[in-house]
Design a protein around this ligand. Structure first.
Ligand code: F6R
Ligand code: MG
Ligand code: MG
Length: 364
C-alpha cells in the first residue's frame, strides 16, 4: 500500500525557558491525534518532544503537503499555544509565525518532513528530531549514510546500493534546488553543502526507481519572519534496509560527533549529542544541541511501537565525547569559532555598537 509519513513540529512554548516541553501540551496533542485517528483522518500517530519542540508523527494515505493533515497539525499548534499562554510557558507560540492557515504549513513557522512511498514487505524507518540547531545539521550524517563508504560499507558491498544515490540540495537563501548524482558528483556536492547555513540536503533518492530514501525539514524561520524567532530545530526521516543503508549504517554517523550551529541564543557552534527520548531536553548552556532517533516498523501504515534508537550504551562514548567537545569549545567564550559568524548569529548587538562608535573610528 502507498502510505505517507508526516513529521510536523513546532515550538509552541518551552517549559522552563527553552529547555523542555510541558507534558500537558504533549497530552493535548495526543488527544487531538487520537480523535483524528478515530475519525479515520489519519492511520496512526506518535507524539513526542525534543527539547522545547512538539513533534507530531503521523501516517495517512493523503500524500505530501495535504491540506487536511497540515490543518490537523496547525490546529494542535494553535490549541497548544493557547494552553502554553495560560501556563505562561516560555516563548508561547514561538514558531507560529502566521495567524491564518492557507492550506499548507510551508512558510508558516512549523517544520515539516514528509515522504510518500509504497510500503515494502517490511518497512523500517527512523525519525530523527533535533533541538538547538538547524537543518544543516543533517548534511554530515546524510552524506555519511548515502555517500561515504568508510561509514556505510554497504555502498561498496551491497549490489543494491552500489550504484549510489541522488541528493537534492536546497539553496535556502535563493530558494533554488539542484540534484547531485553520487558518487560521481560527490566533490561538487561537498563544495556546496560544506556551507551548512545555506545549502541543505532536502532529500535522498535511490537511482533505480527514484524511490525516496530520506527527507529533511529545511525551513528557515528567520528568513520567513524577517527577524529572530529561534532556530529551525530540524527533523529528518530515513528509510532503512534492503537496498538502503541498514539501521546500523543509518545510526553510525552519530557515533562520531561533530559540531553544529545553534546552541545558546542560536549563535554558537556546539557538539551534536545523540540522546534517548528521555534525555532529549536542554540544560547546559541551553544545550548542547541534541538529536533523538525513534525507529518504527510500519505495518499497513500503522506505526506500532517506537524503538528508542540512541537509548544504547553503544552511544555512551559519543555522548562523553560531546561533553568534552563542549568543554573545549566553551573555552572560546564570545570568540569564534564558538560564536558564529555575524551573518549566522540569531542575536547581535553589533550594528548598534558600530553605530555608537561611528564618530570615534579614525583612519588607521
Ligand atoms: C536557542 C534558544 C535559547 C534562547 C536563549 C535566550 O535556540 O532557544 O538558547 O535563545 O535562552 O532566550 P530569550 O531571548 O528568549 O531570553
Ligand atoms: Mg523555544
Ligand atoms: Mg527548540
Amino acid at each position: 500500500m502507498r502510505v505517507t509519513l508526516s513529521v510536523i513540529k513546532a515550538d509552541v512554548g518551552g517549559w522552563v525557558g527553552h529547555s523542555h516541553s510541558h507534558p500537558e501540551i504533549l497530552e493535548l496533542a495526543r488527544k487531538a491525534l487520537e480523535d483524528a485517528k478515530d475519525k479515520k483522518k489519519i492511520l496512526d500517530y506518535y507524539v513526542t518532544a525534543c527539547g522545547d519542540d512538539l513533534e507530531l508523527i503521523m501516517t495517512h494515505k493523503k500524500g505530501d503537503a495535504n491540506k487536511e493533515i497540515h490543518g490537523i497539525a496547525w490546529d494542535i499548534f494553535l490549541e497548544g499555544t493557547a494552553r502554553a499562554k495560560q501556563l505562561k510557558l516560555y516563548g508561547a507560540g514561538q514558531d507560529i509565525l502566521k495567524t491564518a492557515f492557507s492550506g499548507n504549513l510551508k512558510g508558516m513557522g512549523p517544520g515539516v518532513a514528509e515522504m510518500t512511498f509504497e510500503e515494502r514487505l517490511s518497512e523500517p524507518v527512523i525519525i530523527f528530531m533535533a533541538d538547538k540547531t538547524e537543518p544543516g545539521a543533517w548534511s554530515i550524517p546524510l552524506y555519511k549514510m548515502f555517500a561515504d563508504p568508510f561509514s556505510n560499507p554497504g555502498l561498496v558491498i551491497d549490489p543494491d546500493m552500489h550504484q549510489g544515490f541522488k541528493f537534492t540540495v536546497h539553496d535556502i537563501v535563493e530558494k533554488k534546488e539542484v540534484i547531485f548524482s553520487c558518487p560521481e558528483e560527490m566533490y561538487d556536492m561537498l563544495a556546496l553543502i560544506g556551507t551548512v547555513g545555506r545549502y541543505e540536503i532536502k532529500e535522498v533518492r535511490r537511482k533505480v526507481g527514484n524511490d525516496i530514501a530520506a527527507v529533511t525539514s529545511t525551513d528557515r524561520l528567520n528568513l520567513i519572519a524577517g527577524r529572530y524567532v529561534g532556530k529551525d530545530d530540524p527533523v529528518m526521516i530515513v528509510r532503512a534496509q534492503k537496498g538502503l543503508p541498514d539501521v546500523g549504517e543509518v545510526l553510525e554517523p552519530f557515533a562520531t560527533p561533530y559540531f553544529v550551529a545553534g546552541w545558546n541564543r542560536g549563535s554558537h557552534n556546539g557538539p551534536f549529542m545523540p540522546v534517548s527520548e528521555k534525555d532529549a531536553h536542554m540544560s547546559r548552556f541551553d544545550g548542547p544541541p541534541r538529536v533523538m532517533a525513534m525507529g518504527f516498523q510500519l505495518a499497513e501504515g500503522m506505526l506500532g511501537l517506537p524503538a528508542d534508537m540512541f537509548d544504547d550504551p553503544g552511544f555512551d562514548k559519543a555522548r562523553m565525547e560531546c561533553n568534552q567537545m563542549a568543554d573545549f569549545i566553551r573555552r572560546n567564550g564570545p570568540f569564534q569559532p564558538h560564536r558564529l559568524e555575524p551573518s549566522e548569529m540569531e542575536y547581535t548587538t553589533l550594528s548598534e555598537i558600530l553605530k555608537k562608535l561611528k564618530t570615534r573610528f579614525k583612519k588607521a
